[in-house]
Every structure is written in C-alpha cells, then in structure tokens.
Design a protein around this ligand. Structure first.
Ligand SMILES: [Zn+2]
Length: 286
C-alpha cells in the first residue's frame, strides 16, 4: 500500500464498504464539491437562511436528491426525539454541525457488486461503497457520496471473481441496499447521512481500512437504526404525506411504483441471501 493511501485509510472512513480493490481518495476525485456551510440553524418559524440551497439545486438531479435527504435529516436532528438525543450526547449543536457539512459526489466511484466465488457454496458479496467521510472531524467537513452506490442507485451489476484483482466477469444484476432499505430510497439516503454523521462525531468505530471493515460497517448501520429507525420512518411518511397534498396524482403514481419496487426488491433479496449459511457468515451489507 502506498504511504499516501495508508494515510488516507487512517483518516477517512468508507462506509458500507464493498469493493475489494483500492479505494480512491475522494479528495482526488470528486466530480462536484458542494459548499453547504455557514448557515445558522434556527428553530423558530422564520424561514431558515440556507446559502447552500441554490448551490445544491444548481447541480440538477443529484443536487436535489442530496438536498432532499439533507433537509429530512436536519428536521430529525432539529427535533426532540430519541435520534437527535443520541447525537446530542456527542454534539450539543447537533443540527447546526450537520448543517455545516459539505457534500461531494464521487462520479467515478465503484459501480459493481463483487461476488467472491472462491467458496462457491457460500460466496461473499461486496457492495460498492455508499459514502465516506472523516472520523472525528470538525464543522465544514465533507461527506462524499458514491454516484454509483446505494445512495443514488437501486441495482448494480454483479462481477464474479475468484480472487482479488481477478478481472472476472459480469453475470447478473442485484439490488443495492443500505441497512434494511433498498438503494435510492429516501430512507436509505437519510440512513446513509446519519451513519456518516456518526463518524464525523466519532460515535461509531472506524469501518474502513481495518480488518472486518464491512462487518463493522454493518454493525454501525445497525447502531444508527437502533436509535433512529422510528424517526426515519416517521420523517419519510411525513414527507410522502406532504407530497401527496401538493401533488396528489403524482404521489399516487409514486406510491404505486414504490410498492411494485419493494415487492420486486424483497423477492430479489430473498434469492440473494438464500445461500448464506448460519455460521461464519460473510459480511452482509444490509
Ligand atoms: Zn461507517
């Protein structure tokens, strides 16, 4: 490992790690770096000034996607609930610090699920990473989002390899997930941001560049879900209700599409994990 790369692993945590090859430092490859800093978070009824809003919107669909999830996370962290209380244990100004964070989109991030087929009866699957950030870092730090990971995508091609750095071959497509949520859903995006924020505040152990990183990442996601799942569910429900009030016809179509997608996803996921044994389980990414 190159010294520069080793240094990167020491200071950066890549979450929901999946690919087995060297992880490119997002500081070298962000396609778009978004400033989302300097806003002062207010909890009063007045409109909250947000200088980053226009900037995020100027990035088109990806910027709007980030902005939507970020807004929902801010509502969770700005409210009085079990999730915000958990984060407040590490950072009193929990919403304001989250609001100061920057976002980068890694457009060249890994895009394939790797299936390590050396042990064919119980193969290992590695998702492309979803997001990464620094461990125990200050205001204005960056969360990098993989443009090809489960924050933005719901499905990825599976490349079957026999060993590390084997070129392998593509043989199927599989769903991407974040915790219990399918990729590219609002729930998955909120959970991703909350997970990364846990690293920013040093509340979760480093899960990249360390042995058993994928397993630790899965446990970290479970920890966030344990504290925040009710708020994630409630926030998404509220968001859907709001949308349906403003755009009733569109909301109906979206709901139908979501239900169809969830049905297909459940079916695929059941097939996906059917070969996992009960002991010595491979690292899951759900
Ligand atoms: Zn992590």
């Amino acid at each position: 490992m190159l010294p520069a790369l080793r240094r990167f692993f020491l200071i950066v945590t890549a979450c929901f790690v999946a690919h087995l090859f060297a992880i490119p430092a997002f500081t070298q490859a962000p396609a778009k770096l978004l400033a989302t800093t300097t806003g002062v978070f207010r909890t009063s009824n007045e409109a909250v000034a947000d200088p980053s809003l226009e900037e995020l919107n100027s990035l088109g669909a990806q910027g709007q996607t980030i902005q939507q999830a970020r807004a929902e996370v801010l509502l969770i962290l700005g409210g009085e609930n079990a999730c915000s209380a958990w984060y407040r244990g590490a950072e009193p100004d929990v919403a304001e610090k989250f609001r100061s964070l920057r976002f980068a989109v890694d457009s060249g991030g890994a895009s394939e699920i790797l299936k390590l087929a050396s042990w064919n009866d119980d193969p290992y699957y590695y998702q492309p990473y979803v997001a990464r950030t620094g461990q125990n870092v200050g205001r204005g730090s960056t969360i990098a989002l993989n443009a090809n990971g489960a924050f933005f995508k719901s499905v990825a091609a599976v490349r079957v390899v026999n060993k590390l750095k084997d070129p392998g071959f593509i043989n199927s497509n599989r769903p991407l997930v974040v915790g219990r949520y399918s990729g590219a859903t609002l729930q998955a995006r909120i959970l991703t941001m909350l997970h990364e924020y846990g690293h920013v505040l040093d509340m979760l152990p480093v899960d990249a560049g360390v042995p058993s990183g994928p397993l630790i990442s899965t446990r970290n996601t479970d920890t966030v879900l344990r504290h925040c799942m009710p708020q994630i569910q409630a926030q998404v429900k509220h968001s859907r209700k709001k949308t349906s009030e403003i755009f009733p016809a569109q909301a109906s179509l979206t709901l139908r599409a979501t239900l169809n997608h969830q049905g297909a996803f459940r079916q695929q996921r059941n097939q996906f994990f059917v070969s996992r044994g009960e002991s010595d389980l491979p690292p899951r990414f759900d």
